[in-house]
Design a protein around this ligand. Structure first.
Ligand SMILES: [Zn+2]
Length: 430
């Protein structure tokens, strides 16, 4: 089983934590006095980074919120003050997708761009990819970081990268075939979309050599039903990965596929906190991820509350890595939760129930309030051979899980939007 960096990936946890502390101290020393954003934040709470002696001291540092970074960038247009070096040191520009507010502008130096490449090296090696593999990124390369990190990461494992932008889905399938690609990189939604396009065009999936799919941008690849559909359709192993433009590529699934994603703890410190008390939850309990990156001094992120809900597992993994795991991947976003008739509803929970039905090609969920009553309306596009009982089955499954019954109705083929990046299928209008 290949590792990207066997030595760090199998360090005893005490040594791993010592490495994290040492890297964090180095980062703070670099940032202190140079990075206006964090120097100001630390001074506001009377924290002097030179006093940090243990990882426990991390709890005394202030959190970083996305809206703070956004506010800072609007006050100090365009890049804000979370910059440790003069702007002429920065060689890469990216911005967040803007699905939750105005895009955040994120810049990297040559050094931190190499760090991105290494972080993706862990992701790709984790999926069993190595020199000789050909990686196809089904992604339109623009300012969103998406698979840019993967492009650089491919070099670190000696694999060939095939950029798949600038073409439609059928052309992408043809390029996958003609290039002999062995791995597909895209969102889980788009992997399913390519299968749909293959069916519509009688494209023979047997002509492909893809043995692994590596996903980002959405949490679907850790939803067992979605993962199973991707693996069956592509006849390949499906791997989840999580990251964000402002944070980095922080976690990946290994070949043991143990039901979770490893946090690259040599490059990140993950805390999992109770959303009310902001104290750590016990391993195995769901809490909010608070993440610190260790290798991006030029645009650091310290104790960032990204709103992701995770469940920490520090048990050893069958792959031999000692990096802890997020059991079940990223479980959802705290901000995405809504209430329907008093019940807390996470979009991922609904997606998981719908994904059990492979005849559902696409769907859209809308929560509204009608005469003081919350209603959930689910529109579905069905495959031609779908059983009409499926609508009832979906409504019943949601009733069983959440104790309210949604309306589920069929819409014509092509009515619902298709997504290449960051699918949006859940709308609250109440
Ligand atoms: Zn593992």
């Amino acid at each position: 089983m290949p590792y990207f960096d066997a030595q760090t990936e199998t360090l005893p946890r005490a040594e791993l934590q010592a490495l994290q502390l040492q890297k964090f101290q180095t980062l703070l020393a670099e940032v202190w006095g140079k990075n206006a954003f964090y120097t100001r934040k630390f001074q506001d709470v009377g924290f002097d980074p030179r006093d940090l002696r243990s990882l426990d001291d991390l709890a005394g540092l202030p959190f970083t919120l996305k809206r703070e970074l956004a506010q800072d960038q609007s006050e100090h247009h365009p890049f804000g003050t979370n910059l440790t070096y003069p702007l002429n040191r920065y060689v890469r520009y990216h911005q967040t997708s803007g699905t939750t507010g105005a895009p955040l502008r994120v810049v990297d130096t040559d050094e931190s761009w190499n760090w991105w490449a290494r972080c993706w090296g862990y992701v790709l090696a984790g999926a069993g990819l190595c020199a000789g593999d050909r990686l196809f990124a089904a992604f339109s390369f623009g300012p969103f970081i998406g698979f840019w990190g993967a492009v650089e990461g491919a070099r670190t494992i000696g694999a060939m990268m095939i950029p798949g932008g600038g073409r439609d889905s059928l052309q992408r399938l043809e390029l996958l075939r003609d290039s002999g690609a062995t791995a597909l990189l895209c969102t889980p939604t788009y992997a399913l979309r390519l299968l749909e396009v293959a069916r519509e065009n009688n494209f023979d999936m047997n002509t492909l050599s893809v043995r692994a799919t590596v996903h980002a941008g959405e949490p679907g690849a850790s939803i067992p039903e979605t993962k199973a559909r991707i693996e069956a359709g592509w006849r390949a192993k499906c791997f989840d990965h999580a990251g964000a433009s402002e944070v980095g590529a922080h976690s990946f699934e290994c070949e043991a596929q143990s039901g979770g994603i490893h946090i690259t703890e040599s490059e990140f410190i993950a805390e999992v906190l109770d959303r009310e008390t902001l104290k750590p939850v016990a391993p195995g309990e769901v809490g909010e991820l608070v993440i610190t990156n260790l290798g991006r001094a030029c645009f650091p992120i310290i104790r960032y509350r990204a709103g992701d809900l995770v469940r920490l597992n520090v048990e050893p993994c069958a792959c031999g890595r000692t990096f802890a795991r997020f059991q079940g991947g990223v479980l959802g976003r705290a901000d995405d939760m809504t209430t329907v008739r008093g019940v807390n509803v996470y979009p991922m929970a609904i997606e998981s129930l719908i994904a059990r039905h492979p005849q559902v090609l696409e769907y859209r969920i809308t929560v509204t309030r009608v005469r003081e009553m919350d209603e959930m309306d689910i529109e579905v596009e069905l495959a031609d051979d779908a059983d009409s009982q499926i609508l009832n089955a979906i409504a019943q499954a949601i009733y069983n899980a959440l104790s309210f019954r949604p309306t589920v109705r069929v819409v014509e083929h092509g009515v619902l939007p298709r997504f290449e990046m960051k699918a949006r299928r859940f709308f609250v209008k109440k």
